[in-house]
Design a protein around this ligand. Structure first.
Ligand code: FAD
Ligand code: SF4
Length: 321
C-alpha cells in the first residue's frame, strides 16, 4: 500500500479546505480501506470526516428530514420516526451488509462507494473503469451486472440508500471549496451513466454533508430486494417505490430499481402510467413491463428481468394498501 498522510477534520470547512486532488475523504472506511489495500485507489492524504461534530444528526425540519452525512446506516435503520415517515429508507438501510457494517458505514460513504464488479475489484485487472481498454464483464462473468447502461461499463450502482432516496426525491447537499450545491440523486450519479470511469458525479474535494428528504404526503413508500443470502449480502436486484395516493388513486409515483444500472434506474413513462389510476395487479404489471422494456441482459444476468418485474409489482401493491 502506498504511504499517505492522515488528517482528522474537525469541521466541514477544514475538511474541504484540506482536500486537494490527491486527497480522499474517509467515512467509516468499509469501502475505502479495502480499496487502498488492494491498490484500486491511492491518495496522498486521507481526510477523516466521520467525527466532525454534529454531522451525524437526523433531524425533522419544516419540509421533511435532514440526515447528516455521518449518520451511520444502523442509526438510519433503527430510527423509529423515520421508519414511520419513510419506511423505504429504513428498510433499505436495514438490508445493508451486516450489523457490524451498518454500525460503521456512513450515509455519505454509502452513497459515494465504488463499484463491486469483481473485475474492478481484482488488483491485477485493468478494465475500462480503471483506465483500461476493455470491459471484461460484457463477455465474461456478468451475473451481477446491469441490464441498462449509457456507456460500455455495465457495473451497477449498489448503494441501497441511493435507491430508496431516489424514490423519496431526496436532495444531496455537497460542499466544495467554491460553495454548497444541492443535487438530486439522479444528478449525483449522472456521470456514471455516461462515463465508464465514474462511480458517481462527485469530483475530488467535493464532500457530501447531508441529505434532505421531503416529507412524503402519504408516507407510502417501500424498499424490497432479492439477494442470494438473507444476510450479509448485496441485492441482486432492488426496488424502491413511493407514491402520493388520494382516494385510492395515484397522484404521483416514483419507482426506482437498484443493481440493474450504473444509476438508480427510473422510467418516467412507467411512473406516468400509474397517474390517476388505482394500483392493482394489472397497472403494477404494466408499469413493470414499461420499465423493463429496454432491458438488455447479457449471458448470465437474464434472471434479473423476471426478478425485477416481480419486485416492482410487489412494491407497488405494497404501497397501494
Ligand atoms: C460484505 C459487505 C456487504 C455489503 N453490503 C451492502 C449492501 O447490501 N448494500 C449497500 O448499500 N452497501 C453494502 N456494502 C457497502 C457498504 O455499505 C459501504 O462500503 C459503506 O456504506 C461505505 O460507507 P463508509 O462510511 O464506510 O465509507 P468509506 O469506505 O469511508 O468511503 C467510501 C467512499 O466514499 C467516499 N466518502 C466517504 N465519506 C464521504 C463524504 N461525506 N462525502 C463524499 N465522499 C465520501 C470515500 O472517499 C470513498 O470513496 C457492503 C459492504 C461489505 C464489505
Ligand atoms: S463492468 Fe465496468 S467495472 Fe466491471 S469489468 Fe466492465 S468496465 Fe470494469
Amino acid at each position: 500500500m502506498k504511504p499517505f498522510s492522515y488528517m482528522r477534520a474537525t469541521s466541514v470547512d477544514t475538511a474541504v479546505a484540506a482536500a486537494s486532488d490527491k486527497a480522499l475523504f474517509l467515512g467509516g472506511g468499509i469501502d475505502l480501506l479495502g480499496e487502498l489495500k488492494e491498490g484500486l485507489v491511492d491518495a496522498d492524504l486521507l481526510v477523516a470526516v466521520a467525527r466532525i461534530p454534529g454531522l451525524d444528526a437526523i433531524e425533522q425540519t419544516a419540509g421533511g428530514w435532514r440526515i447528516g452525512a455521518n449518520a451511520t446506516v444502523a442509526a438510519i435503520a433503527s430510527h423509529l420516526e423515520l421508519a414511520r415517515a419513510m419506511p423505504a429508507l429504513t428498510e433499505a438501510a436495514g438490508e445493508v451488509g451486516s450489523p457490524q457494517i451498518r454500525n460503521v458505514a456512513t450515509l455519505g460513504g454509502n452513497l459515494a462507494q465504488h463499484s463491486r464488479c469483481w473485475y474492478y475489484r481484482h488488483r491485477d485487472v485493468k478494465c475500462l473503469k480503471k483506465g483500461g481498454s476493455t470491459c471484461f464483464a460484457r463477455e465474461g462473468e456478468n451475473k451481477y451486472h446491469s441490464l441498462f447502461s449509457g456507456n460500455p461499463c455495465i457495473s451497477p450502482v449498489v448503494s441501497n440508500l441511493a435507491v430508496a432516496l431516489a424514490a423519496l426525491d431526496a436532495v444531496v447537499i455537497v460542499q466544495r471549496r467554491s460553495g454548497e450545491s444541492r443535487l438530486s440523486i439522479a444528478e449525483l450519479y449522472a456521470a456514471a451513466w455516461v462515463n465508464p470511469l465514474a462511480h458517481h458525479s462527485l469530483m475530488p474535494g467535493e464532500m457530501i454533508t447531508a441529505v434532505e428528504v421531503p416529507a412524503p404526503p402519504t408516507g407510502r413508500s417501500v424498499y424490497l430486494q432479492q439477494s442470494e443470502r438473507s444476510a450479509f449480502d448485496w441485492a441482486l436486484v432492488s426496488c424502491a417505490a413511493a407514491a402520493a395516493v388520494s382516494g385510492g388513486t395515484v397522484q404521483k409515483a416514483r419507482i426506482v430499481l437498484g443493481a440493474v444500472a450504473p444509476v438508480p434506474y427510473r422510467d418516467e413513462r412507467a411512473e406516468a402510467s400509474l397517474a390517476g389510476r388505482r394500483i392493482d395487479e394489472a397497472s403494477a404489471s404494466r408499469a413493470a413491463d414499461l420499465i423493463l422494456e429496454k432491458a438488455t441482459p447479457f449471458a448470465f444476468n437474464g434472471y434479473k428481468v423476471p426478478v425485477a418485474h416481480a419486485l416492482i409489482r410487489r412494491a407497488l401493491l405494497a404501497i397501494a394498501m
